[in-house]
Design a protein around this ligand. Structure first.
Ligand code: DHK
Length: 147
């Protein structure tokens, strides 16, 4: 794979490791990044996190031109951002929506995802381990399409 896979993370995920560990575990974002790079093998990874919606949108636009796949944990923007949904609609490759927790087992405010309207697949509830699964899945989808 010559084009990188974009792994994009939304607000408050920079606090992983100490943020509500009973929900999100103790894995830090840096450790998540290392898991993604290991899972990607020889495929480049553009791993980003922002608390700003516009930055996530700019990175999705960058991926439209430069990336082979997107794994995105939009965090709270999952449930609020039509702007992120509209940006993802322009991405030609696979989009894996990733949540550390099973959002469907949480409070109702976490049950309606805008991103799910465009995601190729959704992984939720596997904890931080889900990031590696999502990267593997995205790359397999890219390889299958290229075959
Ligand atoms: C992460 C967040 O920050 C929350 O806003 C989502 C998601 C859940 C996760 O499980 O990774 O509701």
């Amino acid at each position: 794979m010559t084009k990188p896979i974009y792994v994009l993370n939304g607000p408050n995920l920079n606090r992983l490791g100490t943020r509500e560990p009973h929900l999100y575990g103790s894995t830090t974002l840096a450790e998540v990044e290392a898991m993604c790079r290991e899972a990607a093998g020889d495929c480049l990874v553009a791993f980003r996190q922002s608390n700003r919606e516009y930055e996530l949108i700019d990175w999705i636009h960058e991926a439209i031109d430069e990336g082979c796949a997107i794994v995105i944990n939009p965090a709270a923007f999952t449930f609020t951002s039509m702007a992120i949904l509209d940006a993802l609609k322009m991405f030609p490759g696979p989009v894996i929506e990733l949540h550390i927790t099973n959002i469907h087992r949480r409070e109702p405010i976490y049950h309606r995802s805008y991103v799910s309207l465009v995601a190729t697949a959704i992984i939720a509830g596997l904890g931080a381990w889900g990031y590696g699964v999502a990267v593997h899945a995205a790359l397999e989808l890219v390889r299958a399409k290229a075959a």
